[in-house]
Design a protein around this ligand. Structure first.
Ligand SMILES: Cc1cc2nc3c(=O)[nH]c(=O)nc-3n(C[C@H](O)[C@H](O)[C@H](O)COP(=O)(O)O)c2cc1C
Length: 276
């Protein structure tokens, strides 16, 4: 049932990929880092009119052409790329811009990604970012998906469902409390849930980025369960000590924490320097 040894493959018209991923993974592993990543500028003055954060995704789509020149624009050093793919799942919690920005950074750095989007993940991508398809997500994240392989959430026999396939860990961003509950219960009723279950059983890093408020006792208990099982919970709760003036700085605050947990030496957000 599971294909051995591949990291995905070229996408066909139906958006699925074959199994020529080893060659591509090797090529990706030999390549160097992509273009420098700049912080995006999204004035807070736009906040009231930001239905679906369309401005965010519009900016994402153009950021390869226009690098921001502000103080958060950090050139990236040349560095080796991780060999194994990071499994990245979007589920149906608010916070789709965090996932979009994370995918944007990973794709632009040509870091191998296995992408899974739940049906409500896509619903939230549409509601919050104006993205209504996987192709739309590709356009919103720079367009170059040479290192990104999407998988359908319905296919529990796809590569991320097998522990025999080595990965660099998994991020669920954003992560609904429903998916937190499913991971805590080990239900594995979708590819997202199964891939998370596999990540835990193989003792690989599992990063969950939940967004819900307030939290019920059920939510809290499930978060404790997944943490006890080895997951890292990064609540989508950005700090303000870097005095953000743009939504992009709040988004990058969280994405920076995720990149740090993944061990990626990519700088997109100003760090605490000891004084405000
Ligand atoms: C507009 C909208 C916003 C939502 N926001 C959240 C949220 O912030 N956190 C959450 O846990 N669920 C939220 N939900 C509910 C989930 O989408 C729902 O529980 C869904 O079944 C999750 O499925 P999934 O985990 O397979 O993606 C939201 C739903 C909608 C339609």
């Amino acid at each position: 049932m599971y294909e051995e040894g591949g990291h995905g493959g070229k996408r066909g018209k139906d958006g699925k990929r074959g199994n020529d991923g080893n060659a591509r993974a090797d090529r990706i592993g030999a390549e160097k880092a992509g273009p420098a990543l700049g912080a995006r500028v999204l004035p807070c003055a736009h906040l009231p009119s930001l239905s679906g954060l369309t401005a965010f995704t519009a900016f994402a789509a153009t950021s390869s052409r226009s690098q921001a020149s502000g103080p958060l624009s950090n050139p990236q050093p040349e560095r080796p790329l991780s060999h194994y793919p990071i499994v990245l799942a979007f589920t149906g919690a608010s916070g789709a811009p965090y996932g979009v920005r994370l995918l944007d950074v990973l794709a632009r750095n040509r870091i191998p990604v296995w992408l899974i989007v739940s049906s409500h993940g896509l619903r939230l991508l549409h509601a919050e970012c104006g993205i209504d398809s996987i192709d739309g997500l590709q356009q919103a994240t720079g367009g170059d998906w040479s290192s990104v392989v999407p998988f359908p959430d319905e296919d529990r026999g796809a590569l991320p469902a097998s522990g025999s396939q080595r990965t660099g860990g998994m991020v669920v961003c954003p992560c609904s409390m429903g998916t937190v509950a499913a991971i805590a219960g080990g239900t594995s009723r979708s590819l997202v849930e199964r891939a998370a279950d596999v990540t835990l059983k193989e003792r690989r890093k599992l990063i969950l980025v939940p967004r819900e408020t307030p939290l019920s006792l059920v939510h809290l208990r499930n978060l404790v369960s997944v943490t006890e099982a080895g997951a890292v919970v990064i609540p989508a709760a950005p700090g303000f000590y870097h005095r953000p003036t743009h939504i992009s700085e709040l988004v990058d605050f969280i994405v920076q924490r995720i990149l740090d947990q993944l061990g990626q030496e990519i700088e997109i957000s100003r760090r605490w320097s000891g004084k405000a």
